[in-house]
Design a binder for this molecule. Structure first.
Ligand code: AMP
Length: 432
């Protein structure tokens, strides 16, 4: 199991500590609509401030253009638009697009609102730098007292960030003595601020958020309390193949719901109507079922489904057994008998890992299966780990968050973790 050094294992007083956070919060017209990610980052920041570190916070926000980079790249859509223009007009149109990107992105993707919100929680201890590695950041870092923090501007305003360019990594490293990664949601990406920077800093450790993710998720995978039940849902088998393959070696029961179930039904000759189905994954689905059988894993698929006429929120719907889906209908949720079957299995579990909804849970008519599973997990008393994304959203919406052992802060990152992959933003940190 991963055993990484954390901020508690090192001396931080008086040191310049660069902390990569996940402040990629939702904004509407410059106003933060959920500050959950900011709140989650507070324990690490508060600890460092209380210990008298000089804290340098950095994060990305959204997918802006690299507006701080000279000659930054336009996005695919803009490039396609340019290509449609007569060659003679392209240079002027490009200059206009660049001007617009700078004007729009500097307002839309600035971390300034995050600095303001942090100050509400941290009694005004945070100053905001209007650049990343530029004069403003350097001056504000040089003036930092112990127990105070500076938040750098959106690190993706430098185009080199997502390219993991060593020059930017080195420049970030030059700002600090110690590097702390606490952005689990970005740890599956090898970018300058999540991984590259560690090439140039001697002391690199994790913050409390990443520590919690690797201790709880890593612990469950390495030494689960049994029976170990994994519940996988969501749209496609192809997105979850890695997770199924990794978990099949570890779990006692594998529950499959959501759109991906229909590929399994089809693989065994059932009619699935117009349900979402990956025809090129039928062999794989059969192999996975066979592997589960060989390993003695209890493999559960829905026995009944809520099917709809079409893929729409208010379509006509009815309940039907899995082997009787008629032509012209599509499965949009698990049925009542399946809810009972899954709930019974979940309630007997020692450990539950859940990733992906049981149906189109965004729509009330097809959210019942996901709600039933969330309720069963909350009531199970098992060690419960919820992968990020839609299942986490469902659990939070239902007010069950407190009943879960752990809700991962990263969708993509938690999926890769469950696949057994080494995340670059964690691999680069020091082992204990
Ligand atoms: P994922 O990101 O792979 O976890 O998938 C989540 C998405 O799967 C959600 O947007 C759901 O609406 C969708 N989904 C779940 N079940 C079905 C289904 N039976 N048919 C179509 N989409 C589904």
């Amino acid at each position: 199991m991963l055993n990484k050094k954390s901020i508690e294992d090192i001396e931080v007083t008086g040191k310049k500590v660069l902390v990569r956070c996940d402040f990629n919060v939702p904004l509407q017209d410059g106003v933060i609509t959920s500050d959950k990610r900011i709140v989650e980052a507070l324990p690490t920041i508060k600890y460092l401030l209380e210990k008298g570190a000089k804290v340098i916070l950095c994060s990305h926000m959204g997918k802006p253009h690299g507006i701080f980079t000279e000659g930054f790249s336009l996005n695919k859509k803009e490039k396609a638009k340019l290509a449609e223009l007569p060659e003679a007009d392209q240079a002027a149109a490009k200059a206009e697009m660049i001007k617009k990107a700078i004007s729009d992105d500097s307002k839309k993707f600035t971390l300034k609102p995050v600095a303001d919100r942090l100050n509400e929680y941290l009694d005004g201890k945070v100053v905001f730098a209007s650049d990343i590695i530029g004069d403003d950041a350097k001056a504000k870092i040089a003036a930092l007292e112990n127990g105070k923090a500076v938040l750098l501007e959106n690190v993706r305003f430098d185009e080199r960030e997502t390219k993991n360019d060593p020059q930017l990594s080195k420049a970030l490293a030059d700002l600090c003595d110690i590097y702390v990664n606490d952005a689990f949601g970005s740890a599956h990406r090898a970018h300058c601020s999540t991984a590259g920077v560690t090439e140039f800093v001697d002391t690199c450790v994790c913050g409390f958020l990443i520590q919690k993710e690797i201790t709880i998720m890593g612990g469950a995978l390495a030494d689960p309390k049994r029976p170990f039940v994994a519940i996988l849902g969501g749209a496609k088998v192809s997105d979850k193949i890695g997770v199924i393959q990794n978990l099949i070696d570890k779990v006692d029961t594998l529950i499959i719901g959501g759109g991906m179930a229909y590929t399994f039904f089809r693989a065994f000759g059932n009619n699935v109507g117009t349900s979402i189905c990956e025809e090129d994954k039928l062999d794989l689905a059969r192999e996975l079922v066979e592997k589960a059988r060989e390993k003695g894993v209890n493999f559960l698929l829905p026995v009944d489904n809520i099917i709809g006429r079409e893929y729409s929120e208010d379509t006509t719907f009815m309940e039907i057994y899995s082997d009787s889906i008629p032509d012209g209908w599509m499965g949009l949720d698990i049925g009542e008998k399946t809810q009972e079957l899954f709930a019974k299995t979940i309630k007997g579990a020692g450990t539950v890992v859940w990733n992906g909804p049981m149906g189109v849970s965004e729509w009330d008519n097809f959210a019942g299966g996901t709600i039933a599973v969330a309720t069963a997990v909350a009531d199970s008393g098992a060690v419960s780990i919820i992968g990020g994304g839609d299942s986490a959203a469902a659990v939070e919406k239902l007010g069950f968050a407190d009943k879960m052992t752990h809700i991962s802060t990263g969708g993509g990152a938690s999926l890769e973790f469950l696949e057994g992959k080494e995340l670059p933003g964690i691999a680069c940190l020091e082992n204990k």
